[in-house]
Write a protein that binds this ligand. Sequence first.
Ligand code: SF4
Length: 251
Amino acid sequence: MNDQTGPEDIRNKQHRQGRLADSGDFPKVILLDTVSFCNLRCSMCFHKDMKRQRGFMSEALYAKIIAEVAQRNPRARVWLVFFGEPFLLKNRKPSIFDMISHAKQQGLEDVVLNSNANLMDEAASRSLIQSGLDAIYIGLDAFSPEVYAKIRIGGDYARTVANVRALLRLKAECGAQKPAVYVQFVEMDANAHEKEAFVEFWQREGANVKIRPKVSWAGMVEAPNLVLGNEARWPCYWAMQEVVPLVVESP
Ligand code: SF4
């Protein structure tokens, strides 16, 4: 695996991915804070220090935002969670599955989730497939229970791996093309030695593997990899292309 990329390679890759293109008058990426809290306390996340109210976005506001995206830019990538865990919504009304189905019925083309998958049991995986979700990004960051326990504090490694494998199996059994399943590995000192084994295992399982560097969340978390003068660092384009409605209405 070669991580050595120069500024020109980075620029070309960003260009190919459309990340340098003008956003026009409507965001290309929208992250909705449908649930404001999480069931884990990961080491590289500042969620544990956040003081904001725990709650959920109202159904009315959610429907209003989806209607506007459908009208203005149905091709925008819409993340249905920002800093929260979507499966905390699996037993609510509307559930996360109802929300995905609604967005797809309104014509949104790229509806995605991120999750730690601890609560993604088999029934949830079936509902995800039926909902029409386009992609799910699952944070794992480890290839052993020991490293997982140090990073994904409060999570259950064995259960999570079983949940992801079950989703991949169910997708294959149903002949479903979607959701695309990504397993994510945020590279840190604590897990760097497991990166190759992680990639090898999950590629063999049929998942897409996403390796990404640690970020500091605007200085809230230590990220010594982000040093000034590091030309291999990707410039952050998030502020130019994304919008994040942070609204918590019901406790
Ligand atoms: S699962 Fe995600 S949101 Fe929750 S604490 Fe971990 S990194 Fe943060």
